[in-house]
Design a binder for this molecule. Sequence first.
Ligand SMILES: C[S@@+](CC[C@H](N)C(=O)[O-])C[C@H]1O[C@@H](n2cnc3c(N)ncnc32)[C@H](O)[C@@H]1O
Length: 205
Amino acid sequence: MGDRISWLQALLDVRRRSDGLLQSPQTWETQYAAGRWDFLGTLSELARFSVLAGYVCHLKPGAAVLDIGCGQGFLLRRLPVSGYSRYAGIDLSASAISNAREHDSERSTFLVADCESYVPEEPFDVIVFNEVLCCLRHPLHTVERYRRSLSPGGLLLVSLCTAARGSTAILWRLKQRYAPLDEVRLTHDARKVSWVCAALRPRED
Ligand SMILES: C[S@@+](CC[C@H](N)C(=O)[O-])C[C@H]1O[C@@H](n2cnc3c(N)ncnc32)[C@H](O)[C@@H]1O
């Protein structure tokens, strides 16, 4: 019940203050510091993390993984240690990153950065956009920019909440540019929340 209230509260706050999830770094920071996004680590969000972690392990076992908009690092906590060789998470919120660092390891790094300007120093086998694209001003341009940081044969993993503003258009346009290897829809029955998770491969230019 508390989990459901947190979700509704987060949605109401977001809608009241901003254009959907496109909100200022300060707003993210305030919300994380207040624990508003802690519910993302609860059981009712597990399904989408499990699908993304499963894609990493099945499609690119031992991958170097870049998690864009990683929040409090829940994806790293869901990844089996044997499933990745290197993990980097970036997020706007210093509070979220500080929390994420409590669970890091010698193979993981967390960085406070704006993904719309950050440029990775190394290539990655898998780049994850887990519930972050609807938070960005230029989601498709951003994905395209990170494509340059994919290793040959690398994959993009995406999760989009279907209720988030722009999610359908973003997914449709992504699929014009990238070939879907797999796509699933998940619904949490009690919460009536759905997500689309997809594994995408750059099409040949
Ligand atoms: C809905 S939360 C999802 C967090 C996490 N990926 C998850 O699935 O639980 C969106 C995250 O994107 C981050 N974010 C929003 N805009 C960003 C930007 N421009 N650069 C980096 N992170 C950003 C927020 O701070 C927040 O942690």
